[in-house]
Design a binder for this molecule. Structure first.
Ligand SMILES: Cc1cc2nc3c(=O)[nH]c(=O)nc-3n(C[C@H](O)[C@H](O)[C@H](O)COP(=O)(O)OP(=O)(O)OC[C@H]3O[C@@H](n4cnc5c(N)ncnc54)[C@H](O)[C@@H]3O)c2cc1C
Length: 382
């Protein structure tokens, strides 16, 4: 029935998920209200860098924002994965990517939060069909509107809809810091498994790097409170051989880590999008890419003329498998590699040996990481 087709979309939350969703819907010709209690300046202010995978690259290309973001995207062509406890190392290179992704010359890209939000908010302001309500209360949604809750991990909308979550709080927290480093080969990113938790070193521009350093939460908080010199000393002790920290470029911040999955991804004509629906450990930099695959799925459903309720139901069932698989895979990685348990060491050593020696294993794991686990065996869209 024509009257039940949503005439508009009401998005709560203008973080990276909500903002990209608004852009995707407006480009399909839909009217969108996008609301966030934060102001424009507050939305851009987060000090964080995201690892961007090929699944996100394809979506950003489709939405015509890739070219605009290119100056801010720092590609990495090698991923150096090592396990300190078993002293094994695997080097992923462009050769391990599927040919269509390889043509783009990067395993992935690192993108700072600020330029991402600058581009998205700038584009949204020029979209005729988008009404932005930043730092001010939004109007109520139309009766037929699909309500999209992209209001982050604490999601007030999810709570108001009575959707409970499965939640596991990791003992591990994670500390993020931007640092200038010496001795890193150009175009290389690192993921080091250490007994206290994984450490990622992600290249930004001009010799700067984002460090994502997991460890027990109290230790992260203590490290975040150290003087600059003491922090750099501790960091020097855990970085791979030959890499030296020179300068701390922002205030290190400690975050608790959790695995969270909403028990339902929809309620009536409402859906949960991005971290309102799921949250996983930052190991492997999957978080935002998983959020943007939510955006891709909902945008595909928005092309179809059906009621908001039916769209919401179909979105919930289509997203479930990807979200569950990525959540479980990141959880398994953290459990398996963040310890020195003697019974697990041979298994870890064997897994890394297989990756080191067999290109097929590297290709399959890189394909899962960069395109999502559902694309391991299915053809890639290009
Ligand atoms: C330490 C750390 C490192 C990470 N590193 C990576 C990485 O390398 N790669 C990666 O892909 N991901 C990473 N992530 C995950 C990434 O930060 C998240 O996936 C991403 O921020 C999710 O975006 P979002 O828009 O869903 O939620 P958020 O960014 O949390 O945005 C939610 C928005 O909703 C707004 N809001 C709140 N309440 C309301 C309300 N009542 N009404 C309307 N709006 C509301 C908030 O103001 C906020 O702007 C990391 C996360 C952490 C904690």
């Amino acid at each position: 029935m024509a009257s039940s087709i949503p005439s508009s979309f009401h998005i709560l939350g203008a973080g990276p998920s909500g903002a990209l969703m608004a852009l995707a819907l407006s480009q399909l010709g839909h009217s969108v209200d996008l609301a966030d209690p934060k102001s424009d300046a507050e939305l851009k202010a987060r000090s964080r860098a995201y690892a961007i995978t090929h699944s996100s690259r394809r979506l950003l290309e489709k939405l015509n924002v890739w070219t605009e973001l290119l100056p801010a995207l720092v590609p990495f062509r090698e991923l150096d994965l090592s396990d300190a406890a078993v002293e094994r190392r695997v080097l992923f290179s462009l050769q391990d990517l599927d040919p269509s992704s390889r043509a783009h010359g990067a395993i992935g890209w690192i993108l700072d939060h600020r330029p991402l939000m600058e581009v998205l908010l700038h584009r949204l302001r020029s979209e005729r069909k988008v009404q932005l309500h930043l730092g001010s209360p939004p109007p109520g949604p139309d009766d037929n509107a699909l309500v999209i809750a992209a209001d982050g991990p604490a999601s007030p909308a999810r709570q108001a809809w009575g959707i409970r979550t499965w939640l596991h709080r990791y003992r591990q927290g994670c500390l993020t810091a931007k640092v200038a480093l010496r001795g890193v080969a150009s175009g290389k990113a690192y993921e080091l498994f250490r007994p206290e938790g994984p450490l990622a070193v992600l290249p930004l521009s001009n010799g700067c790097f984002q460090v994502v350093w997991s460890a027990p939460m109290e230790l992260c908080q203590q490290r975040a409170a150290l003087s600059n010199a003491a922090f750099l000393d501790q960091l020097a002790g855990v970085l791979p051989d030959g890499i030296e920290p020179d300068l701390l470029l922002d205030q290190p911040a400690a975050f608790p880590q959790q695995l969270m999955l909403a028990r339902r991804l929809s309620s009536g004509r409402g859906v949960l999008l991005g971290e309102a629906a799921h949250r996983c450990h930052p190991v492997g930099g999957q978080g935002l890419n998983l959020c943007w695959r939510d955006v891709e799925t909902l945008a595909a459903l928005a092309r179809q003329s059906e009621s908001a309720r039916s769209k919401a139901r179909r979105y919930a069932s289509r997203r479930l498998v990807d979200v569950v698989l990525v959540s479980l895979a990141t959880d398994l990685l953290v459990r398996l590699f963040s310890n020195r348990q003697p019974t697990l060491l041979p298994l870890r050593s064997a897994a890394l040996l297989l990756l080191e020696k067999l290109a097929l294993f590297r290709r399959l794991s890189l394909r899962a990481m960069t395109n999502g686990p559902l694309r391991i065996l299915s053809p890639l869209p290009n």
